[in-house]
Design a protein around this ligand. Sequence first.
Ligand SMILES: [Zn+2]
Length: 56
Amino acid sequence: MGALNPVAAKRIFQDVWICMRCNAKNRSNHSKPPAKCRKCNSRKLRLRKKGKKKSA
Ligand SMILES: [Zn+2]
């Protein structure tokens, strides 16, 4: 177990939505985006995309 499985990594990044207001991560089910942020109830969510590894 060294490198991350590409399939698993893809799934992880695909199912995470970022709130554009408070930057909270919202996990979603497969092909079912969250209606709103679980923290601030904002509906402005963007899908997290796999990019640079250091995304704090
Ligand atoms: Zn939020």
